[in-house]
Design a protein around this ligand. Sequence first.
Ligand SMILES: [Zn+2]
Length: 140
Amino acid sequence: MIARTLARMNINIELQRVEFIPKTLEEGILYLSERFKVAAHLCPCGCSSKIVTPLGPCEWSITIKKKKPTLYPSIGNWQIPCRSHYWIKKGRIQWSYSWTDEQIQAGRNKEQAKRELFYQKKTDLTKGSLWKRIRNWILS
Ligand SMILES: [Zn+2]
């Protein structure tokens, strides 16, 4: 068990830029489609599940330094049986703790709140600019 955990610590993941995410993915590669704002890779635990991470302000963000990808936030595969949880940092898999059901729920709530706040802000901005336009129109 310890040996397995240690073996799991050192997995490199290479960046490969693609236009379309291929149907069959190779292990150890993070496919990035900037055109479709999505990244995909195989679950590094060995279960070979295809993990797709959409990129955007409410989803994942990717930074690439010296061709080494970093994804933020971490990837929690609670929807597949292995429930792997890890970070992709500087081209490496960094294993994190497994999530309990409560943590998964808390994470989902947090995501939901973040999303609501994001769209709330967007709506406020639109409202603000509309109000400004009306006020400018009245004042002019
Ligand atoms: Zn897995």
